[in-house]
Design a protein around this ligand. Structure first.
Ligand code: MG
Length: 352
């Protein structure tokens, strides 16, 4: 089952499925790209599908009927978290690509997984890397970032960056929102929070390096001084396939990464102020949810030309400061915070 089959992760999952034998696609959802959904359906005629835009109320019914062994949760945003949450009782493995599920959901999602005995396998490349390396007795982990499309721009020029400047990602090919989040390193802030949840680590034990070559995705530091490093070409199909075939590796990819000089830098607060907000939000699911919601609105406003690149930070910071709800212990609480933060961000950007 693929939730969010027509997006970037969804279509790459379809690619992987075409080359794996022994796997059957029983169903999928799409948001509004009906044309692509119909193409997928031609390749997988037995798969049932529905639109989460028009038939959201039928989603749970579909999950209950299909009872898929594996559900790839690839729909983006807070809405994608909701779908992942609803899917849990009807599946055995959640291959998780949606970031909000752990960033906002965290405890709520993990309780649901535990309750229904569902296995969680990360799809995100950095978390897949660390997941493949972890063992008992880890001291800390590190994940890498590309630094985004503006990594070499003079800081004082960042305010002039246009959407097309930002959308030129140096390493990965991804959706628009995540490409902007890569330039601001919001994406990496979300990934640090995800790693805290997945590997049960405090933030101090998760290092982030800007690694321009895009070869190394994660590292695990062990107590005896050993560092295990995961490397591969930057191709999302590799971690997607691993989430489907784990603990085996059935997927064949003909290409190994080229090792020459590999560089690692610490991100600077001046260039990536949004990333450093992670220190402020890390311990509160309400603040994390608000951070994500405000960023979603601010990025959309930036892509529409309503605010400048550097105003994304200002919008998110202002929303976090004016947020009133602080308690978020259930799915309903989180939804309410998400709504409140979106509304505040809309007011500030005058965009929605
Ligand atoms: Mg990633």
């Amino acid at each position: 089952m693929i939730v969010g089959a027509t997006g970037s992760i969804g279509t790459q999952t379809i690619d992987v499925l075409k080359s794996l034998s022994g796997y059957k696609l029983v169903g999928f959802t799409y948001h509004e790209n009906l044309k692509l959904a119909e193409e997928i359906s031609k390749d997988f005629p037995e798969a049932e599908f529905l639109s989460t835009k028009t038939d959201l109320d039928r989603f749970e019914e579909m999950m209950e009927k299909l009872q898929p062994d594996i559900t790839v949760a690839a729909a983006p945003g807070f809405a994608g978290f909701k779908l992942a949450y609803v899917a849990i009782p009807y599946t055995k493995r959640l291959a998780l690509a949606n970031k909000e599920s752990l960033v906002c959901g965290g405890k709520v999602l993990k309780n649901q997984l535990r309750k229904f005995g569902v296995e969680l396998i990360p799809v995100d490349s950095e978390h897949s890397a660390v997941f493949q390396l972890v063992e008992r007795g880890i001291e800390k982990v590190a994940i890498t970032a590309s630094g985004g499309a503006l990594r070499d721009w003079p800081v004082e020029r960042l305010k002039e960056a246009s959407p097309s400047d930002v959308l030129r990602h140096p390493v990965w090919s991804m959706g628009k929102k995540i490409t902007v989040d890569s330039a601001t390193m919001v994406n990496k802030a979300l990934e640090v929070l995800e790693a805290m949840e997945l590997f049960e680590l405090p933030m101090e034990k998760i290092d982030v390096y800007i690694h321009r070559e895009g070869v190394i995705h994660g590292m695990v530091f062990l107590k005896d001084g050993t560092v295990k490093i995961h490397a591969s070409v930057a191709d999302m199909r590799i971690p997607i396939a691993y989430s489907l075939t784990y603990p085996e590796r059935f997927y064949r990819n003909p290409e190994f990464p080229k090792f020459s000089s590999l560089t690692f830098e610490r991100p600077s607060e001046e260039r990536y102020p949004l990333f450093f907000l992670v220190n402020y939000i890390k311990d509160s699911y309400a603040l994390r949810t608000a951070f994500n919601a405000a960023d979603e609105v601010a990025v959309a406003a930036f892509l529409m030309g309503k605010i400048s690149y550097t105003q994304i930070f200002k919008v998110v910071e202002a929303v976090l400061k004016s947020l009133e709800s602080e308690k978020a212990e259930s799915f309903e609480d989180l939804s309410a915070v998400n709504e409140e933060a979106r509304r505040l961000a809309c007011e500030i950007t005058r965009y929605c």
